[in-house]
Design a protein around this ligand. Structure first.
Ligand code: UT7
Length: 335
């Protein structure tokens, strides 16, 4: 293990990046496949179109592009990166895709690994990386959220296929001993309610030799109880953010941006209303990309940073939630 580099350290946010595949699938096009309509999808979810990976796009490639862009913004020498965490549920390699991203970047001094927590994955990875930085073990980290759910959607299930798309986003974060822009966090899981949203393994029976059976590896498609996931999100997300406000002595009025996992516009609006945070402070790019799972938070943040909406020292309340069930929140200051 590395030696401790600092005693009392905080985290600062240095860069962001994102990537989406070129291929666009509109609501009208989905309605050629299943019994739905643009009007239904738009009014119930806020989504108009989403990106779908085609040949050549996968989580490693998308995550690499997002990471590279975040590193460029941070203006870092790639060899100074200590840690790369890739949040994904759909790795290109089930043994882990982060080391491939490390190799493509040439980040030879970094340790890189995957973390799986579905749509909460990016938030959990950001919290994990920030704790390493605050612990003084690492100085520079890249946190990536990337998913290719299009490969695991049942494109005949109109109750779920309308929601998901592919993409990646990344943040570059650094340890500092001057201030702490990672103000606070909280995270929860509840496996009792796990059956509301799954991507279960699907195994077939085969035999190696006579009398020795084994199960072939593989996965089914996304299974979702949309109404239960919806109810879970609109109840638990405001609770965990309010708890975080109390813990950090912040309140809704001090928040410049509410950055929620992009699942459904109605969930975003409902959480904003419960927290009394006005609509113009709630970032949303659901219309263009749908739910890209672990990628949504860094993807929507990168867009707002590059468009100069999120500015230096802005206070951001962020929350990820989804399968597990899992959910969490973090309060950060950009910069
Ligand atoms: O990262 C977390 C991922 N998951 C989520 O965020 C899911 C959260 N849940 C949701 O976003 C919503 O529950 C959905 C968008 C999935 C569904 O919206 P809803 O308003 O909860 O619809 P519903 O399931 O209550 O269905 C209402 C009606 C049903 O018809 P009947 O039984 O009332 O005749 C459905 O069969 O809408 C029907 N329906 C559709 N109609 C047209 C369901 N899906 C569709 C569709 N097009 N795609």
């Amino acid at each position: 293990m590395e030696e401790i580099k600092f005693n009392q350290v905080g985290v600062s946010f240095k860069g962001s990046g994102s990537y989406v595949p070129d291929q666009i699938l509109t609501n009208q096009e989905i309605s050629q496949k299943v019994d739905t309509s643009h009007e239904w999808i738009k009014s119930r979810t806020g989504i108009s179109e989403r990106r779908i990976s085609s040949l050549g796009d996968n989580v490693t490639e998308m995550g690499y592009e997002a990471a590279l862009s975040a590193i460029e913004m941070a203006n870092w020498d790639i060899k100074t990166i200590d840690l790369i965490i890739l949040a994904t549920s759909t790795p290109h390699d089930l043994f882990g895709s982060a080391p491939s991203i490390q190799a493509k970047l040439g980040a030879y001094n970094a340790v890189a690994y995957d973390l799986t927590a579905a749509c909460s994955g990016f938030l959990f990875a950001l919290i994990t990386a920030s704790q390493f930085l605050k612990g003084g073990l690492f100085k520079r980290a890249i946190v990536i959220g990337a998913d290719q759910l299009s490969s695991f959607v049942d494109w005949n299930d109109r109750r779920s296929c309308i929601l998901f798309g592919d993409g990646a986003g990344a943040l570059a974060i650094e340890a500092t001993n001057e201030f702490d822009n990672f103000i606070g966090f909280d995270m929860r899981t509840d496996g009792e309610r796990g059956s509301y949203l799954n991507l279960p393994s699907k195994n077939n029976k085969d035999s190696i030799i006579d009398n020795i059976e084994f199960l072939t590896g593989g996965f089914s498609s996304i299974q979702m109880n949309g109404q239960e996931v919806y109810k879970f999100a609109v109840k638990e997300v405001p609770i965990i953010i309010e708890k975080l406000f109390r813990k950090t002595n912040y309140n809704s009025d001090q928040i410049d941006w509410l950055v929620l996992h992009q699942a459904n516009q109605r969930i975003l609006d409902s959480v904003g209303d419960r927290l009394k945070i006005p609509r113009e402070k709630i970032l949303s790019n659901l219309g263009k990309y749908g739910n890209t799972s672990a990628a949504t938070i860094p993807l929507v943040m990168d867009e707002a940073i590059k468009n100069n909406r999120i500015k230096q020292n802005d206070i951001i309340a962020t929350s990820g939630f989804g399968a597990g069930l899992s959910w969490g929140a973090a309060l950060i200051k950009w910069g």
